[in-house]
Design a protein around this ligand. Sequence first.
Ligand SMILES: [Zn+2]
Length: 101
Amino acid sequence: MSDSDQQQTVESLSSGIYDNLITSIIQNIVAKETAKQRLLNARYPDIKAYVRDDLGNLDINGNPKSQESSKYFTCKNCGREISANRFAAHLERCLSRGGRR
Ligand SMILES: [Zn+2]
């Protein structure tokens, strides 16, 4: 056996081990994900996939997005109705005043 023959053997052997490793890792991932998907399908048989809208006009349920300013939340601290797009700022001010007003 010459040097080049042995080189070939070591290369093909390591390549075989590598292929084997990669294949079993992939099979493991596929088996886990398949089992997970089967469990989800069994648990939620009529689940709807989320809507993906690249234009950003629909939410994940397929409903048109509404303006944030049209939604109002009640501040639990002072009881006032606050527009959704100003709620975070209000809450910060409201809580830092110690709920005086
Ligand atoms: Zn408040």
